[in-house]
Design a protein around this ligand. Structure first.
Ligand code: CAA
Length: 284
């Protein structure tokens, strides 16, 4: 049983808006923060779209009942001040996370858990941007896209994370209807991304080297491994920029792999996958 009643979600992008939706679906009050009103407006439309799908299927009565539990703000300090649990889902850059966590250190309640949804950056490094007494309250809480559908939450213990914080995060994941898995060692990419980055990168290298066409690799993955999406479909879904950041962050911290050259070229050309309308495939 989780004691959390009010969640503050930082970042209204793909993951942040999905996490806010999951929390509101489970009856929690949520405040969603981003730096521009247009990001918050875009997030609220996506949440409404998703809730409408659930309402059509009869999973919920109406989207408006859930949406009313989500407030939005452009003020990080006031959003943090009354939250029991904070989940940061900002872009995957350490300097951004450090800035956010040092601001949370000054504005969040002392007992609030400060979680990061980072997919590849070390929790210990993030927690070093808060003052020593608070470091035990910093933890990784890594959701998967789309959060409303994917069951897993990786709960990542950093060097300073207290057992009490792990317990509170497990309880919250359970209250959100998710399956938590403990990541005991704070290694780059945790569990899933260490497996997935190598898998997607290998598929990409095969196409880059002209060994197979991406459509053939995707069909083989779908029908041979029973995955819901092929490797290139999944890369587009995750976002080429996100994937590129994950792979770079893992390599920078000693993970050994040869990155597929197509990612950085696609990134500079703005071919980011589903969100930009073009990635490996076209997404009209
Ligand atoms: N909200 C509500 N409903 C949604 C939804 C959303 N955001 N997304 C999909 N759905 C619903 C659809 O409406 C549809 O419902 P019906 O069956 O009733 O029509 C159903 O889910 C299936 O969706 P689609 O028909 O559009 O497509 P699909 O069958 O391919 O399912 C998918 C979509 C659930 C995303 C599925 O393809 C899938 O599971 N893909 C793999 C996703 C994955 O691996 N995610 C992890 C990525 S890694 C990550 O996130 C971590 C990281 O650090 C990068």
């Amino acid at each position: 049983m989780s004691n959390v009643r009010r969640i503050f979600v930082i970042g209204a992008g793909t993951m942040g808006h999905g996490i806010a939706e999951v929390a509101a679906l489970r009856g929690l009050n949520v405040t969603l923060y981003d730096v521009k009103q247009e990001f918050l407006d875009g997030a609220m439309s996506k949440i409404k779209w998703s809730l409408d799908r659930l309402a059509e299927k009869g999973t919920i009565k109406s989207s408006s009942e859930v949406i009313q539990r989500i407030a939005t703000t452009l003020d990080l300090e006031s959003g943090a001040s009354d939250a029991d649990f904070v989940i940061e889902a900002a872009p995957e850059r350490m300097e951004i996370k450090r800035d956010i966590f040092s601001r949370l250190d000054r504005s969040a309640r002392p007992e609030a858990v400060l979680a990061t949804n980072t997919s590849s950056l070390p929790i210990t490094e993030v927690s070093e941007s808060v003052s020593a007494p608070r470091r035990g309250r910093v933890i990784g809480m890594h959701f998967f896209n789309p959060p409303v559908i994917m069951q897993l939450v990786e709960v990542v213990k950093g060097k300073y994370t207290s057992d009490e914080t792990v317990k509170a995060t497990y309880e919250l994941a359970g209250a959100l209807g998710k399956q938590p898995v403990l990541v005991r060692v704070d290694v780059p990419g945790f569990i899933v991304n260490r497996v997935m980055a190598r898998f997607l990168n290998t598929a990409c290298l095969m196409a880059e080297r002209g060994l197979h066409r991406m459509e053939e690799i995707d069909a083989a993955v779908r029908y041979g491994l029973g995955m819901p999406m092929g490797a290139f479909e999944l890369s587009d879904y995750i976002g080429i920029d996100v994937l590129d950041d994950i792979i770079k962050a893992m390599i920078a911290r000693g993970f050994s792999m040869t990155p597929c050259g197509l990612y950085s070229g696609m990134r500079s050309a703005g071919k980011l996958g589903v969100k930009s309308g073009q990635g490996f495939y076209a997404h009209p």
